[in-house]
Design a protein. Structure first.
Length: 242
C-alpha cells in the first residue's frame, strides 16, 4: 500500500514538472537550444531551386541609374568615353596633325594612301635618299627619309588643312605675324643679317615659314603688307636650307 502511494506521488510530481517546463519554454522561446527551430521557420531554410540561395529584391547600381546591367560597357569592352577619335598633338607645331620627325606610317594613318610617290636617290641637304609623297588632292607634300622612315619636311599649299594652331593658306599676314611673334623669334639671314619676316624659330633647328609669294622662287619674303595672304606654309629645319 505504501509503495503504491509513493509511486503515485512520484508520477504526479513528474507530470507537474513536465507541465511547468512546457509553460516556461513557451513563455521564453529564447531558452530553446539553437539546433531546435519552430515549425514556422522551416520554409525559410529550404534552398531555392537549382541550388541558388534566395536573394532580396534590392535593385543593382545600374538599375538604380536607369541602365540595364550590360549597358555600362560597349560591345568592345570600352566605356563610351574611351571610344574617342585620335586627337592632334598640340605640344609641337605640325600640319594636319603631323610634325617633323614623325614616322611615315603616321602620315598614312592620318591622310590615307592616296598620294603620288617620287624617289630621290641624291639626299642633298637631307643627308639620305628620300621619297616625296604628294597628296595633290589635299595640297600637301611630305619629304620622307628612305633610311630613317621619318618626316623630314612638310609643305602646304592647299586651303583645306591647317597647322595645329589653326593657321591656313589664305590667312592674312596681320593675323599670322601677331600670333607667332608673341611666341617665337624671327631668325636673321646669314647672308644679309636682316630679319627673315614670316620665318619663326621653333627650337632644335626647326622652322615654320609662311611664304606670301610662293611663285617668286624664293622662301624669303619681300615687303609684307598687313593684308598679304599666306600662299604656302613650310615646316623644315635650318640644316636643310642655304
Amino acid at each position: 500500500m505504501k509503495k503504491s502511494i509513493a509511486l503515485t506521488v512520484v508520477t504526479v510530481t513528474l507530470v507537474l514538472c513536465a507541465i511547468g517546463l512546457a509553460v516556461v519554454l513557451w513563455t521564453y522561446p529564447s531558452l530553446i537550444p539553437s539546433g531546435i527551430k519552430k515549425s514556422t521557420d522551416v520554409e525559410s531554410q529550404v534552398p531555392a531551386k537549382n541550388g541558388q540561395e534566395n536573394k532580396d529584391n534590392t535593385p543593382s547600381k545600374n538599375e538604380q541609374d536607369g541602365q540595364k546591367p550590360d549597358e555600362s560597357k560597349a560591345s568592345n569592352g570600352q566605356s563610351p568615353g574611351e571610344q574617342q577619335e585620335k586627337e592632334i598633338d598640340t605640344s609641337k607645331i605640325g600640319i594636319a596633325g603631323i610634325s617633323l620627325g614623325d614616322p611615315k606610317d603616321k602620315v598614312k594613318e592620318y591622310l590615307g594612301d592616296d598620294y603620288k610617290e617620287i624617289y630621290q636617290e641624291e639626299g642633298g641637304y637631307f643627308g639620305e635618299a628620300y621619297y616625296v609623297w604628294d597628296y595633290s588632292n589635299k595640297g600637301i607634300t611630305f619629304i620622307i627619309g628612305k633610311d630613317s622612315g621619318k618626316v623630314l619636311e612638310i609643305e602646304l599649299i592647299g586651303g583645306e588643312l591647317s597647322t595645329n594652331m589653326g593657321d591656313k593658306v589664305g590667312d592674312t599676314a596681320k593675323d599670322i605675324l601677331e600670333k607667332y611673334r608673341a611666341k617665337y623669334k624671327e631668325p636673321t639671314s646669314i647672308h644679309t643679317n636682316e630679319k627673315l619676316e614670316g620665318w619663326f624659330d621653333l627650337g632644335d633647328t626647326l622652322l615654320i615659314i609662311f611664304d606670301f609669294d610662293k611663285d617668286d622662287g624664293s622662301l624669303v619674303n619681300g615687303k609684307i603688307q598687313p593684308d598679304s595672304k599666306v600662299e604656302m606654309i613650310k615646316l623644315t629645319s635650318s640644316m636643310f636650307l642655304d
